[in-house]
Design a binder for this molecule. Structure first.
Ligand code: GDP
Ligand code: IMO
Ligand code: MG
Length: 440
């Protein structure tokens, strides 16, 4: 039987609309797998008048017959997991039976959050603008081989010993270097005893589950979080997250061989946004609190409701950056693109697309590899005519305005990847599938 394993990744700086598309496509899969990141993610699913925001739980949860798997690459915060499971179950969904967590997931505990926040304060003006969820410190513990993992909950005697050692280790830094409060071991241990009851029954061998589904010819969706330019290696370092957000992460973060992945779908906003600090060459600066700055930046932010689904922070907005997208196409090996939020641009008279950068007087088609080098970048634009009519909810190619079609075709040409899906509204139904990834 032919199965399809589809990887969904963000191609920009996150919040491209991954959650919406994963939810849409999961009617065709047996399971959705998260493979990196943690509850720094905020994935919004809109179905009719019901909006669900997911942080840690895969975006297949609204489909009753779909299993939701959390792969080894995800950092799991038991407190956040408890909250999310409870909230979803209150809406009548069966979550615990369908959610499986890899033993190998690093877990995020209070000292990670304390360290994340202390480091951001210490960085002052150079702060990364993290979500403050302890993501970076949890990945540090993983690669330093000292972290607690979800599987450690299976032996609470050993867990306690390991916890005592790691609390002592991190408290030394918190108190002596960051001059902040120590984490209280006793309180944390009491909480861990409660987390154990939630997590232990959900522990599973995710790699084997995936293999079994595939052996039965069933499709699987791999749901990326964040975006390509936030990738720890490929992004705008150090203004990045701490995981591999790119397609390769689907393999290492879940335990599936790379040759088993059939299709990489890059979710791409029709313009660009970024939340947190760091380079953003096509930014149209606008400050929502002071109501000052660029008018187009204001329109994109307002019409696009560009506020973080996790922290509520204002997202910075700007024109589409084809240079960034070329890098995304390259590092992810994109098979197709899903272009989202086209409707947000409906009222614009003119639309700009960044086609290349000038760096030290030279034309460059690909972005640099570190934030420092971005300081030299001068973005170059072409201007196109806006379509100035509503595309909200349009779900047939023929019904799109001529200029909107031109814009889409131009982006495809600049990036070198075709648009397989077009999203014209937040609702699951407001979508136009041009080339179904499952049929390709
Ligand atoms: P994710 O992190 O990539 O899943 O994206 P978020 O959920 O953080 O942010 C995307 C936002 O845009 C959410 O509020 C979605 O409901 C919304 N959205 C997704 N696709 C569209 C679209 O095509 N048009 C509009 N207007 N909103 C969309
Ligand atoms: P989704 O999955 C947008 C950003 C933060 C910060 C940087 C590092 O919803 O697209 P971290 O807490 O991960 O150490 O913060 O990464 N960031 C996101 N930006 N969408 C996200 O997730 C993000 N997750 C982290 O704002 O700049
Ligand atoms: Mg988001």
């Amino acid at each position: 039987m032919t199965k399809k394993n589809i990887v969904v990744v963000g191609t920009q700086w996150g919040d491209e609309g991954k959650g919406k598309i994963v939810d849409l496509l999961t009617d065709r899969v047996a399971a959705v797998v998260r493979f990196q990141g943690g509850h720094n993610a905020g994935h919004t699913l809109v179905i009719g008048d019901k909006t669900t925001v997911l942080h840690l739980i895969p975006s297949g949860i609204l489909r009753e017959n779909v299993d939701c798997l959390i792969g080894n690459g995800v950092v799991v915060c038991p407190a956040a997991l408890t909250k999310e499971v409870t909230q979803l179950e209150e809406t009548g969904l069966k979550v615990k039976q369908r959610l499986k967590i890899s033993d190998a997931c690093p877990i995020i505990l209070d000292y990670h959050v304390a360290l994340d926040q202390a480091r951001e304060i210490a960085r002052g003006k150079k702060a990364i603008g993290t979500t403050g969820r302890g993501i970076g410190p949890a990945y540090e513990d993983k690669v330093a081989r000292r972290g607690l993992r979800a599987g450690d909950f299976k032996n609470m005697f050993k867990f306690k010993e390991k916890l005592a050692a790691i609390v002592e280790y991190h408290n030394f830094m918190l108190v002596n270097f960051y001059k902040t409060e120590a984490v209280k071991f006793d309180q944390l241990w009491e909480k861990c005893k409660i987390y154990e009851k939630l997590i232990t029954p959900m522990l599973a061998d995710i790699s084997s589950l995936i293999a079994n589904y595939n052996a039965q010819g069933k499709n699987i969706m791999f749901e990326g979080a964040q975006g390509t330019l936030l990738d720890i290696d490929q992004g705008t370092y150090p203004f990045v997250t701490s995981s591999n957000t790119t397609a390769g992460g689907a393999s290492s973060g879940s335990g599936i061989g790379p040759c088993e992945l059939d299709y990489v779908l890059g979710i791409t906003k029709a313009y660009t946004t970024r939340v947190g600090a760091g380079p953003f060459p096509t930014e149209l600066c606008y400050d929502v609190e002071k109501d000052v700055g660029d008018e187009i930046g204001k329109i994109l932010g307002t019409r696009g409701h560009e506020f973080g689904a996790t922290t509520g922070r204002q997202r910075r907005c700007g024109w589409f950056d084809a240079v960034a997208l070329r890098r995304s196409a390259q590092v992810n090996g994109l098979t197709g693109i899903c272009l989202t939020k086209l409707d947000v641009m409906d009222t614009l008279v003119e639309i700009k697309v960044c086609t290349h950068y000038i760096v030290n007087g030279k034309k460059t088609l690909l972005p640099p590899t570190s934030a420092d080098e971005y300081e030299l970048v001068e973005p170059q634009f072409v201007t196109m005519k806006g379509w100035q009519s509503s595309t909200l909810g349009v779900n047939s190619w023929d019904d799109l305005p001529r200029e909107a079609k031109k814009y889409i075709r131009y982006l495809e040409q600049e990036i070198g990847v075709t648009v397989a899906i077009l999203s014209t509204g937040a609702d699951r139904a407001e979508t136009l599938v041009l080339a179904d990834p499952f049929d390709s």
